[in-house]
Ligand binder design. Structure first.
Ligand code: NAD
Ligand code: G6P
Ligand code: MN
Length: 450
């Protein structure tokens, strides 16, 4: 069984490979292939991947590292996709251009997310086409590549028969943080209901061993004014970073907003990303327009990985723990196990609505729980959603749909409408200013807009 990782040079590749290798028996994996368009970057990452497979876990899994599509995908059963079109240099633009105009500067939310979407749609279609051409007929593409909401809408519209499931690790990361905050040892024991769009959803219930834990989560946040485990809060006070990429630097503000959002709207527990839409002004105030999350990531996760590889080449010593991503790699690997072994385990996935949320459009790409087996996701139907959530979701959904339509038609008008409709943007004039700057910054990446 062959698993191909598209975006093999990603900072998440070592963690994902480790999760796969730890599950080698259930996955019956014999070969892992790394595919990237940046040979130099991927070759470096492959050094640590090779070490994980051969030295750390002593597996006999074959490793192939390539920039050739045919070699990458031929006979693959799974493709784990995690490409970042334009890499961190373009993420920095996505975050900094809106902030110049006093708007949210975020990788997947607001104008930055829309811009990233316009860059990613067509490269993702190529991944799908290459997989279709070379991989096993019953292959599955499990896609993390962001912005997953726009990518999944593009898949629905442009490749409706593609064997792709779009996923996100944020809900499970929230569950992990909650488990640690409440002293629950194993976060996978927490069960939950959820609905939304990607990076735009709500937990409607959460239980541990049958006990409703949402009241405890709320009480915990009231006490600490933040949703992070006490040990992390202590580290933050001492200016130390927690050993969790979701709880460092600018992410800390995000976990503070979890408390405020839940105080105002106590019915459900929001996804962290809703802060950009509900506490928009505050998100802009909390940001440093000259130093955004892209800079933080380049100075930490990316630097640590590549410095670690240099160090290994010089000394032969490596700190394996530094490259283990935990929940992120486990989530995608466990999803592959469910598909392959027909386990019918429950996962959150981004799928076409088809009535699962009755008062959302039939063709909306929604993030909802589904049972996963050999035939793919069996989505669990829910009841109508409330007017507040539905109104927010419709605005966001149509903004994202306009990006996909605008990309396909090369329509400046539709892209301007998408930017204007986005809740984080205060006026059409500001939308146009940001868009015009972004067209300049994205030359060579965006389709031509007329
Ligand atoms: P990264 O820049 O370190 O890695 C991305 C890699 O993709 C790079 O090596 C780049 O060269 C490669 N790439 C770019 N275009 C490509 C293409 N067309 N074909 C093959 N490879 C290509 O970025 P990262 O921070 O490690 O993140 C990787 C991706 O995973 C991003 O899209 C990120 O947003 C996404 N991500 C998603 C989730 C989720 O919840 N869905 C969680 C974490 C990361
Ligand atoms: C969460 C989201 C991802 C996003 C990531 C950004 O995991 O679910 O979609 O890519 O955060 O994390 P970073 O450390 O790169 O800011
Ligand atoms: Mn995500």
């Amino acid at each position: 069984m062959i698993i191909t990782i598209a975006g093999g040079g990603s900072t998440f590749t070592p963690g994902i490979v480790k999760s796969i290798a730890l599950r080698r028996e259930e996955l019956e994996v014999t070969e892992i292939r790394l595919f990237d368009i940046d040979k130099e970057r991927q070759d470096k990452v492959a050094i640590v991947v090779n070490w994980i497979l051969k030295e750390e876990l002593k597996t006999d899994i074959k490793l192939t590292v390539t920039t050739d599509e045919k070699e990458a995908y031929t006979d693959a059963s799974f493709i784990f996709a995690q490409i970042r079109t334009g890499k961190y240099a373009m993420r920095e633009q996505d975050e900094k251009i809106p902030l110049k105009y006093g708007c949210v500067g975020q990788e997947t939310c607001g104008p930055g997310g829309l811009a990233y979407g316009l860059r990613t749609i067509f490269p993702m279609m190529k991944v799908i086409d290459d997989a279709e051409k070379y991989a096993k007929k019953d292959h599955w593409i499990l896609n993390y590549s962001n912005p997953a909401a726009i990518v999944s809408e593009a898949c629905r519209k442009l490749r409706p028969n593609a064997r792709i499931i779009n996923i996100c690790d944020m809900p499970i990361a929230i569950v992990d943080i909650i488990a640690q905050s409440l002293g629950i040892k194993d976060y996978t024991e927490i069960e939950y209901d959820y609905f939304g769009l990607n990076h735009f959803g709500w937990f409607t219930s959460m239980t541990h061993q049958g006990r409703d834990i949402l009241p405890e989560v709320k009480a915990y946040m009231k006490k600490h004014q933040i949703l992070l485990p006490e040990s992390y809060i202590e580290n933050i006070k001492k200016n130390l970073n927690a050993d969790n990429r979701h709880a460092v630097s600018s992410w800390v503000h995000v976990w503070e907003t979890m408390y405020e959002m839940t105080e105002y709207f106590p019915d459900y527990l929001p996804n962290t990303y809703l802060n950009y839409y509900l506490l928009t002004k505050e998100a802009v105030e909390a940001a440093n327009p000259n130093h955004t999350r892209a800079n933080e990531v380049m100075e930490t996760r990316e630097k640590n990985l590549f410095d670690g590889i240099e160090q290994f080449l010089k000394t032969g010593e490596i700190n394996g723990e530094a490259f283990y991503a935990g929940a992120h790699g486990n989530w995608i690997s466990d999803l592959a196990i469910a598909l392959k072994n027909d386990t019918r385990q429950r996962f959150l996935v981004i799928v076409e609505n088809r009535g699962a949320l009755p008062n959302m459009p039939y063709d909306a790409m929604v993030e909802v729980p589904a049972y996963i087996g050999k035939k793919g996701p069996e989505v669990i139907a829910q009841d109508n959603i409330s007017l507040f959530q539905q109104g927010l979701m419709m605005q966001q959904l149509n903004s994202e749909k306009l990006i996909v339509e605008g990309a396909i038609e090369g329509s400046y008008q539709k892209i301007l409408q998408a930017f204007t409709l986005n809740k984080t943007v205060p006026s059409a004039r500001v939308a146009k200013q940001i868009l015009d700057d972004m067209i300049e910054a994205n030359k060579g990446y965006w389709p031509e807009l007329k």
